[in-house]
Design a protein around this ligand. Sequence first.
Ligand code: ADP
Ligand code: MG
Length: 240
Amino acid sequence: MSTVNIIKDPDSQKEDIPVGSRVELRSVTKAYANNSYTLLNVSLNIKKGEFVFVTGSSGSGKSTFLKLLYGQELPTQGEVIVDDLNVEKLRGDRLSLLRRRIGIVFQDYKLIPQRTVAENITFVLQAQGYTRKEIQRRLEPTLKLVGLLSKADRFPDQLSGGEQQRVSIARAIIATPPLILADEPTGNLDPDNSWQVIQILQKLNSFGATVIVTTHDEQLVRKCNHPVIQVKNGKLSRSY
Ligand code: ADP
Ligand code: MG
């Protein structure tokens, strides 16, 4: 069993992370073009600095919920609020600015095969105009946090699935976003690697980030003491 020394990491990024984001849905309905609704008149609050799981069967609307938060989908009715922004009203540059405040992790990693670990993690910062110096300042603690300092020069196909997922987390967090959305980040991982991923997300949450994680994995949810939002029949219900 491989374990990663993420908890004892001395180089925390704590000072970089602003207070986490708050999220609110106000009477949100989402119906795709085929007319049947995915979410129906849903209202919900997630406070700054919370860590919540989102569960529900396949097709229940977990990914749709996250897509509404980063403006990938628009609500059919209602308002989606992240901090002081109405997401559904943002277009162009203002939507890009919101997305810079959100780190997104996907089940299938979405790494660029021809780029090294370090390049995969930093290319977004380069595109956003960060200086080389600032990128270097952020890269090492981020690699340490996800336990990949020794693998910065590898290519994705030279890594295990768990390592690839940790690269994708590093890419999502290097800009220290106050909101982290992870859509089934453990969906392709075994229990040991899944647990490492959750521990990294918990650590970021302990620094102040708001973290929202969708998952099918009931065991994982039970192992953690976080609120659970269940998606079912178009409704979101919170366990506490
Ligand atoms: P989950 O992530 O819980 O598996 P999704 O949010 O992906 O669920 O999907 C919820 C429902 O919305 C499903 O019935 C799915 O088929 C439908 N859906 C998702 N995306 C689209 C889309 N772009 N166009 C039409 N229907 C969609
Ligand atoms: Mg999904």
